[in-house]
Design a protein around this ligand. Structure first.
Ligand code: ATP
Length: 315
């Protein structure tokens, strides 16, 4: 089975709930719970992949602090290889404080910390060498690594014979294609969600978006369509296809659905399934994610997910 390197962001999420009222300055407000969780696209993918029975490596950076220790422990508990995880002595671990109100609506404080200083020189290429697939995720939230450094990294991965995957986050700076276009020729599977894809390609439909991505050099295009499933345009083909979602009656929490889709796709890729079957597997994993609170909680094993897919086929 193939091994996957997850390269990108890790975040310590501190969740405060429920926050009914924001206290006045200098005033204390009692809440029911304050808990710490692991987050960040690359970390979520690395853990999900282990749940799906695939060997994964985490390549990124934490700070020399309690948040960093917490994230490292979580990765080790999940049996993710952390040889490629660097510890900064200058920057703090990226962290968020999420305030959830009674309806589950979120407000955030975020400190970019180590994700903003992580750079291509921090990457241990011996870790990449041990992997078959490289998944860059968290693009647009890595100030130093985004743009030219991502391109250089992906180019080296291609020279090393690796299969490359890339997913993005929302680009609050609005640069989108200006940062990503240069990397396209080195991306085997580009897998943004539709909202992000529209901003990168400046087009509206999956077909038009895929035309743009392919013209810039991306080989295969996957576009996550939320509760509408996902779109796949395979290398060399002029048209793509929409794969329907697995219906979830009462979605609980869509956080991490995108990361879960990508983990599912990669878990099937690691077992050398076709791009079509990988997309179906991604849809199933994404649908499992939205059935539970948290980005990794709802993920089932590979065998259970396969059983779920087969049971839906029989209906
Ligand atoms: P996020 O940024 O919150 O992680 P995303 O926008 O990148 O998510 P989505 O497109 O929302 O990703 O979801 C990824 C995949 O998860 C979809 O392609 C679909 O297969 C599955 N999915 C998401 N929402 C639902 C839903 N309500 N019902 C069934 N499947 C869903």
């Amino acid at each position: 089975m193939k091994k996957v390197a997850c390269v990108g962001i890790l975040v310590a999420d501190v969740i405060v709930e429920p926050v009914a009222n924001y206290p006045e300055k200098g005033v204390l407000e009692i809440v029911n719970s304050i808990t710490m969780h692991n987050g960040g696209n690359a970390m979520t993918a690395a853990i999900n992949l282990r749940k799906l029975g695939v060997e994964s490596s985490m390549v990124g950076m934490v700070g020399n602090d309690m948040f960093g220790i917490f994230l490292k422990n979580k990765l080790q508990e999940a049996c993710v290889d952390i040889k490629g995880l660097k510890t900064s002595t200058n920057a703090q671990t990226s962290a968020s404080v999420l305030m959830l109100d009674e309806k589950g609506e979120r407000s955030f404080f975020h400190c970019r910390g180590t994700n903003a200083v992580f750079c291509e020189k921090d990457i241990d290429y011996s870790v990449i060498e041990e992997c078959d697939a490289v998944f860059v995720t968290g693009t647009f939230l890595m100030d130093k690594f985004d743009g030219k450094e991502t391109m250089v990294f992906l180019q080296k991965c291609k020279q090393m014979g690796k299969t490359t995957f890339l997913d993005v986050c929302w680009d609050a700076t609005g640069r989108w294609g200006e940062l990503l276009d240069m990397s396209m020729p080195y991306i085997d599977y580009l897998m943004p969600s539709i909202d992000e894809a529209v901003c990168i390609a400046q087009k509206d439909t999956p077909e038009e978006i895929a035309d743009v991505f392919v013209s810039k050099g991306a080989k295969n295009v996957i576009i996550k369509l939320g509760s509408k499933g996902s779109y796949l345009r395979k290398e060399g083909e002029k048209k793509g296809r929409i794969f329907p979602p697995y219906y979830v009656e009462n979605p609980v929490d869509t956080t991490g659905a995108g990361d879960s889709f990508c983990s599912g796709f990669l878990a099937a890729f690691a077992r050398e399934l076709s791009p079509e079957d990988c997309t179906v597997f991604g849809n199933a994993t994404g649908s499992h994610c939205v059935t539970a609170k948290g980005a990794t909680t709802g993920i089932k094993t590979y065998e259970e997910t396969l059983e779920f897919i087969n049971s839906r086929k029989e209906k």
